[in-house]
Design a binder for this molecule. Sequence first.
Ligand SMILES: *Cc1c(COP(=O)(O)O)cnc(C)c1O
Length: 223
Amino acid sequence: MRVQDNLAQIMTQISAACEKSNRQTEEVTIIAVTKYVSLERAAEAVQAGVTHLGENREEGLLAKWEHLQDKPTWHFIGSLQSRKVKSIIDKVDYIHSLDRISLAKEIDKRASHKINCFVQVNVSGEESKQGLEPDALIPFIHDLMDLSNIHVVGLMTMAPYTSDETVLRKCFRTLKELQVQVQQLQLTYAPCKELSMGMSNDFSIAIEEGATMIRIGTALVGE
Ligand SMILES: *Cc1c(COP(=O)(O)O)cnc(C)c1O
């Protein structure tokens, strides 16, 4: 399938989810997750009008960045080792996987300007998942106070791999509630306006529950 055709189908689904939840389609940004696919396929996505690309590994990001440079907006969505921060920091516009203070310190140190970060939360509690426990979120946000290059634009989560709508909805709803808690702190370094949640299998539900950035790989560019 051409990316263009997949994109058209996804846009239709986004419209439907927005309609159902009384939201505007402009509130939802599609991040094309290109981690499984070739540079050519990533370029095809940009050609088709996708303006945000996401990669989850340093190698994949650097290889595609080399060719596409700053044509798209770049998102780093995978778990990030502190020693890899240096090589990606000037190439990405958003980091979705901030989940520990040591990583925040490294980002703060290596950055030459404020970095847009999502704090990743492990809402589902699955052991295999990265992210802070929900209870640790607010203390963590406070701990970021002195790191002047960290700008918390939002929260990110990965839902459990299930087709159980109740479970998915509960997960996304919890992230939304946590977002409200962070917003109530009214910290200038943590406006927390965005919610990065929803992937190929669950983005419609995520949108209904308030997602502003959905990360789509398989359904958009293929696996
Ligand atoms: C791979 C990946 C995605 C996209 O997954 P699909 O199911 O292929 O849409 C989204 N977010 C993260 C963090 C990923 O690693």
